[in-house]
Design a protein around this ligand. Structure first.
Ligand SMILES: Cc1ncc(COP(=O)(O)O)c(C=O)c1O
Length: 375
């Protein structure tokens, strides 16, 4: 059997990794400023994380959601404490798309409505309603196009207002900092007014924190910079440091009913042990504070490079905008300097999503390589 060929691949074969570095089969060291797409939060192969998973799989790797699983409660309690969202309730699943799928479904169940408002350049995943709320016609099959989604320019409050007034909207789903779309963020006024409008029109506000959550921006959640209370918060990438786990945090006003949501694998013992280990390390090693501090220091250095026309994002979720496409620069960084970086749907934007344990000194090879290629 061959693989279904859907990914354009770099000719690099990582075989192990440690902290902020990845190694290929020849032992070549790569600096990981991409974090496997914002997934590696506490660093590759963190010894405490590895031991937690090893110990758990030796005891009990999986049993279904038909039995008591105290690990889910421990994860929920620790997540509540570290995120500050203590009153929310947690539903566990396996990926970002699945988290958003469940969030959209709950919004529709509770409000008994079905229209969705999403934003231009958004990315919410590739499953049914999540992909319909993603602004990319290329990945939307005719089956997905049956959903009623209205895409609005980020920051355009007037159009949001008039669409909500038309009625039938169950939710507004938003990334407070867009990831795949290119690190765009609107104003405090926009987000706070958006939240008020949702309340007024009985529409849920879903904060998609799949990429921006778990400390990546220097706050546990990107929305926490603003005075907003989302009805649902979706999480995934940084949550398991590579172990597939996702979830939604549901506001205490949302009543759970048996059978409303469900999954075979979500919240299994092994996934919970990975998730608990991540939360313990984030807390014990002050990695969220590190993301804020290191991100601020790096931003100063990057802003001083004249070819960087705009620096977008916060903490360790940064985008360097140039006035030329970055494809070649990204390839040079990878093949000449062994540095992984990311791209976005904005062809001029280089994306930085490193593990949150990185220090400002670790960025030296990147800043030097960047200056070399730009001069
Ligand atoms: C903001 C956001 N939401 C949802 C997703 C989908 O997550 P997954 O690929 O785990 O389904 C992504 C993935 O890049 C994302 O960036």
């Amino acid at each position: 059997m061959k693989l279904f060929d859907v990914y354009p691949l770099y000719n690099i074969t990582p075989v192990n990794a440690k902290g902020i570095h990845v190694y290929d089969e020849k032992g070549t060291e790569y600096l990981d400023l991409y974090g496997g797409h914002a997934v590696i939060s506490i660093g590759h192969s963190h010894p405490y994380y590895v031991k937690s998973i090893q110990d758990q799989v030796a005891k009990l790797g999986f049993y279904s959601n038909a039995i008591q699983n105290p690990l889910q409660e421990e994860l929920a309690q620790k997540l509540g404490e570290l995120s500050g969202c203590v009153d929310y309730n947690l539903f566990l699943c396996n990926s970002g798309a699945e988290a958003n799928e469940n969030a959209l479904k709950v919004a529709s169940f509770v409000t008994n409505k079905s229209r969705v408002i999403a934003f231009k350049n958004s990315f919410h995943g590739r499953t049914s309603a999540a992909v319909a709320a993603t602004d990319n016609p290329k990945i939307n099959a005719p089956l997905n196009q049956q959903q009623e989604v209205t895409f609005i320019e980020l920051g355009d409050l007037e159009t949001v207002k008039s669409e909500l007034q038309k009625g039938g909207v169950c939710t507004v789903i938003i990334e407070f900092i867009q990831g795949v779309g290119g690190l765009d963020e609107s104003t405090q006024e926009f987000y706070e007014q958006l939240s008020n409008l949702c309340k007024k029109h009985d529409a849920f506000l879903i904060a998609d924190e799949v990429q921006s959550g778990y400390g990546r921006t220097g706050d546990f959640f990107a929305f926490q910079k603003y005075n907003v209370t989302p009805d649902i918060i979706s999480i995934a990438k940084g949550m398991g440091n590579g172990f597939p786990i996702g979830g939604i945090l549901l506001h205490p006003n949302i009543e759970a009913k048996h059978g409303m949501l469900g999954t075979t694998f979500g919240g299994n013992h092994l996934a919970c042990s990975a998730g608990i280990a991540v939360l313990n390390v984030l807390k014990d090693e002050s990695l969220i504070q590190n993301a804020k501090k290191t991100g601020a220091l790096l931003s100063e250095e990057l802003k001083a490079i004249p070819q960087v026309k705009k620096l977008k994002g916060r903490g360790l979720m940064l985008g360097l905008e140039f006035d030329f496409p970055i494809k070649e620069l990204r390839s040079k960084l990878l093949f000449e300097d062994q540095i992984f970086t990311g791209s976005t749907s904005n062809p001029n934007l280089l994306r930085i999503l490193p593990p949150l344990c990185i220090t400002i000194d670790d960025f030296k090879p990147f800043v030097e390589a960047l200056k070399k290629h730009l001069s």
